[in-house]
Structures are given as C-alpha cells and as structure tokens.
Ligand binder design. Structure first.
Ligand SMILES: *Cc1c(COP(=O)(O)O)cnc(C)c1O
Length: 404
C-alpha cells in the first residue's frame, strides 16, 4: 500500500509518484499543509486587493524573519529575480519600465564562483550580469583556494548593484564577512536560502548576519503552495519589488496603493507593469503561504528531524537484508538537515544503480529516489516527503527489484 491509489493524477491517466528524494520541484515539491490548504480554499471565496494582502504579508514576514519588510513571491526563484530587479532599479520608474534592458546602467552582480548554480539564472532574468570571482580549487581538490574576501572586494565597481550569496552550511567565505565587504562599498547582499529550512531559526539567521535580501522557498520545508516563496529584507528594496511586481493598471487620480508597502509619494507617475508581472502571485497562494508560515514556525525542529531520522533508519534496516547493497545513514549536513539513506549497489547485484533507479521510476506509482550519483553506483533515499506507509513501500520495491 502506498496511499497513492485514487489520486487525481491516476484519474487523469498520469502515474502518481512516491517521493523518496525530498522537496524536488520536478516531482511536485512538497505536500501543502492542511492549514494552508484550508486558507487557500477560503481565499478562493472572495476578492481582495492584492497590494493590501501583500502589505499584511510584509508585516507578518518582517515579524518572523526580523527583516524590515517582506514579500510573497512566485517561488524562491522569482524572489531572486525580483531582488535583482530591485537592486538594479531602486526607486527609478524609468529603469523599472526598461528591465531587463540595462544598457547604460549599472547591472553587475558579483558572486563567488563557487556559489554559481542553476538557480542564478533568476538574477539574469531581471537583466543583471553576473560577475563571478575566485577559484574552484577547494571543491575540485586541486588546492585550498576558494573565493577569498579580497577578490570580492576587488570586483566591486561603479557597475556593481549587488553581491549574490548562495547559502549552504559549507559555503565560503562566511556570510558576515561578505556582508562587511559589501556594506563597506555600499552594496547590498542577496542571499539564496531557498532550501535552508529547517531549522526554523534560519528564517532570522541570515538577516541577523546583515543580508539585505533573503529568498526562501515557500514550497519546501514551509509546505506552503508549491509556487510560493518569500523575499525578506530592507524596506527600500521590498518597496521596489512591490512596484515592479504588482499589477499597476490605474488611473492616476485614483491611484492609492498601501502607503507602507508601495507608496505613491514622490513618484513622477504610476509604475508600469514591471518585470515581475509575469511572476504573479494569486490571493490563494498568498493566504496559503501565510498560513503555512504560521504553522511552520510552531514546529519543533528536533521532533521533525528525529521523525525523519527514525524513518531513514527504518529504510536502512530493511535494505540491509540485501547482501548486494551497502547501506549507510548520512546526516547530510552538506545539503540540508535531513538524515538520508545512502545506498551503494554492489558490482554483483542483478541491476546497476542506474538500472534500479530507472526500474523504480517506471513503476506505477513511480518511485523516485535521489539519482545524482548513480554514475558512482550509489543513490539516496530522503525520507522527508514519504508518508508512513510509503517508508516501507519504498524499501520493499527496492528489495523486490534486486531479488527478482
Ligand atoms: C529550490 C531552490 C530554489 C528555487 O526555489 P523555488 O521556490 O522552487 O523557486 C532556488 N535556489 C535553491 C538553492 C534551491 O534549492
């Protein structure tokens, strides 16, 4: 029993998925919390002015993150795009209207080379040009060189609008050092912390360390809508985000946006539909994210982590009976706080790691395990998105394939 029978996907003729890889967008990210689902249902029952709702969201996000302000975005990815747009345009309406065209205006975002990743495309989406600095020796094992603080400082010029920082427990240089360099040069720091929850305390940590804008995914640990995210940070940047994101269609004599979030004072006109307009957030996602966030901050990190750990142990114990497998528990501190089962497929097994991973994916329901290292003959099982019955099911399916 997987508990997956009779899903809407089966009804649509699409195999559903037993998710043993964690909060991965390509297989649906997360299951939305009950509280958030209820909030989304209720949000669907009435209209609301989105800028009013974002203004309240800003206060709520500020309260839980310790930032001056906040904004609900269309995933952490668009939080990054909007952060870049805010750093490029500031309060300038003409620049807002031009983005992503940045010809003739400062648009460079400095980034340690070792922080570059697939998600930084979001920064370029706003028109930014990424200037990466440093060396990759430490990661390659070819030396101890990483990105050194002085290299970041040297790369800051008149063209620099921000420094981008990819937060992981192992990223270097430490965020406070990068913040110090940035602020000495009057440049803001954008932090991608999309997947750095739990611990819940991380909602505040990077802001406390001086980051100017921090992006979190709403569809991972927070378990809000899959297409939601949070941007927390300085009021001036969040105001720029709001002006570039909200649907602004209005006649000037009746333009009266919420003062604290958007403001109309001092503006030469009404902001046009900005670059963020194609990253819209619905009232349902907004209400759902806020409800999910409320529930998330009440969670007991230790209880959640030990629950996941116990599941990982159960899976590991079940797989240890297969003599062609080598099973290990990794408290994957390198990627997140979740205990992960690392399974190495021996040479004498009936299937290679890649064959096994594919066979699992071809089932109905599809079973997804972590496959980034199948070329090294190992795969991973992350228990955080499995239901209790699925924990045993995943182990059974693996054993069944290998003993067939
Ligand atoms: C998941 C992730 C994102 C994107 O988050 P979404 O909420 O899916 O847009 C960005 N950066 C990193 C490091 C991530 O892990």
């Amino acid at each position: 029993m997987t508990g997956n029978e009779d899903t809407i996907y089966d009804e649509l003729g699409v195999p559903s998925v037993v998710n043993a890889t964690g909060t991965k967008t390509r297989i649906g990210g997360t299951l939305i919390r009950e509280e958030a689902r209820e909030a989304m249902d209720r949000a669907a029952e009435a209209f609301v002015r989105l800028s009013d709702l974002q203004a309240v969201a800003s206060e709520r996000i500020a309260a839980v993150t310790g930032a001056e302000a906040g904004y609900v975005t269309n995933g952490a990815s668009s939080a990054l795009a909007l952060a870049a747009a805010a750093c490029i345009a500031g309060d300038d309406l003409e620049t807002m209207a031009r983005l992503p065209d940045t010809e003739g205006i400062p648009d460079e975002i400095v980034m340690p080379r070792t922080h570059r990743n697939g998600y930084d495309h979001a920064l370029r989406l706003a028109g930014a040009e990424i200037v990466d600095v440093g060396a990759n020796d430490y990661h390659l094992g070819t030396g101890s060189e990483n990105t050194e603080p002085w290299e970041i400082a040297e790369a800051i010029t008149e063209e620099t609008v921000a420094i981008a920082y990819m937060e992981k427990p192992f990223t270097r240089p430490p965020l406070p050092e990068v913040v110090e360099i940035a602020h000495n040069h009057d440049v803001p720091v954008i932090v991608d912390a999309a997947a750095e929850l739990p611990p819940t305390g991380n909602l505040r940590t990077f802001i406390e360390q001086g980051a100017d804008l921090v992006a979190f995914s709403g569809g991972k640990a927070i378990r809000g809508p899959q297409s939601s995210g949070i941007l927390a940070g300085r009021e001036t940047f969040i105001r720029s985000v709001a002006r570039q994101h909200l649907d602004m269609h209005a006649e000037s004599s009746v333009y009266e946006p919420p003062e604290a979030l958007v403001g109309a004072d001092g503006l030469p006109g009404i902001p046009r539909q900005g670059i963020g307009r194609s990253m819209k957030v619905g009232k349902e996602e907004l209400a759902g994210l806020l409800a999910a966030l409320d529930a998330f901050i009440e969670e007991d990190d230790d209880a959640v982590l030990s629950g996941w750990h116990e599941r990982a142990e159960r899976i590991a114990a079940a797989l240890e009976s297969v003599d062609t497998l080598e099973v290990e528990l990794a408290n994957a501190a390198k990627t997140d706080a979740v205990s992960t089962v690392v399974v190495t497929v021996g040479e004498d097994a009936s299937l290679t790691a890649a064959e096994l991973v594919l066979a699992l994916r071809r089932e109905n329901p599809r079973v997804f395990v972590g496959a980034d290292n199948v070329h090294r003959s190992w795969f991973t099982i992350n228990p955080r998105c499995l239901s209790d019955s699925e924990v045993d099911y995943v182990a059974e399916r693996i054993v069944d394939h290998l003993e067939r």
